[in-house]
Design a protein. Sequence first.
Length: 475
Amino acid sequence: RQALGSLGKSRAKFISAEERTGVTFDDFAGQEYIKRELQEIVRILKNDEEFQDKGIYCPKGVLLHGPPGTGKTLLAKAIAGEAGLPFFAVNGTDFVEMFVGVAASRVKDLFGNARSFAPSIIFIDEIDAIGSKRGGPDIGGGGAEREQGLLQILTELDGFKVSTAQVLVIGATNRLDILDPALLRKGRFDKIIRVGLPSKDGRFAILKVHARNKFFRSEEEKEILLKEIAELTEDFTGAELQNILNEAGILTARKDLGYIGRDELLEALKRQKGTFETGQEDSTEIPEELKLRLAYREAAVAVLACYFPEPHRPFVETDINSIRSQPNMRYTDISGQVFARKSDYINSIVRACAPRVIEEEMFGIDNLCWISAKATLEASRRAEFLILQTGMTAFGKAYYKNQSDLVPNLAMKLEALRDEYMRYATEKCSSVLNEYQSAVETITDILLEKGQIKAEEIWQIYKSSPRVAQPSVSP
Ligand code: ADP
């Protein structure tokens, strides 16, 4: 058997491989029935022959679906850990690239590698990025490319016989609805398991798992406190519960206390809620100030969407009735080929800056909130994608999976170039918002009054509002 480490040098750099994940089913709490089902699979994987004699085979593919942060990756790692098998992980989005033919060959690499270590586990996170319905919505582009990748996955799944040394493929998605039905057919991902939000008891159990390495005044107090937190965290995911305990640990250390107390836990809970990362429609009261901030955000995003309409993807409407980290603006699903030019990528960075630029304009630089933080994150990601993964910039004609692959002087070059794109994007965005200030105000007013606004009305306002001429901004 070749050493797993040698993989790093192969073309398959995008695969992260682990000889032993070290994760067990004990690390996953709540939803015991999921563990029972997966334990069965582990048993089959471990005593391959014994089960084969009885005619029981391991499924080829297991699909875990449910909201982000509910432990799908954790479960996949636990299967590998419990069965003692090597774990090959990729993200579906890694297959989708500019260059035709790359997706299919990446899939081949992945399966080839996993097979040479069989029995082994392949984990494809966000499998919807490559496995969504053919001919369906093509968000992010690369339709034909992705389709070839998907076909290759199907070929690979059909290719190996169940009786030979097994490669178990585990897929994860939060969009079961958009997966290509071909993936779900018998002999492919034929075991589909929903990983949902934990119940109150489940939350208590998850909190206990993550409290294992934390100090409390006593076991009794720990039980009481964690029960209370479990009560207060309806709709929280495992990842968010873990965050609460980590945050409480940090607060405890900062205050120089020896153990986590009720105050720290409640404070951590408040912070976790404050980040509004639950992805839930929040139907409860939204504070007035936040409403105003959301309305400005949506109005700014709307004006930018008129100024730089996203190619092939018209917007439909927006509202301020829910709190999300990304703008609430909704777009139509698009079908067919998408054709994004370099300028489209750059414009998308400009658009992503809108929430940050408007917030600074309206509330002042010392009064920004998480809305700005999220926008900055999104804009930087887009800039990095353009620089590292398209080969279209001064950075060079190469593809880099991520920053951590870069040697130091390239990392500096990346930083300089990213700063330059961010500077241009912020200036351009600011210039557009100043030019269309009156449209922004009108749309904001309507949002505050009615809670929502449709594309048609946005376009009307955009076209008919007075404009203030601005000096030109060049890249
Ligand atoms: P997903 O793949 O569904 O997005 P992850 O497996 O990446 O979610 O979850 C992130 C982290 O949250 C895990 O590493 C784990 O620490 C914690 N977590 C999530 N769900 C659970 C759970 N049911 N029990 C214990 N920890 C959990």
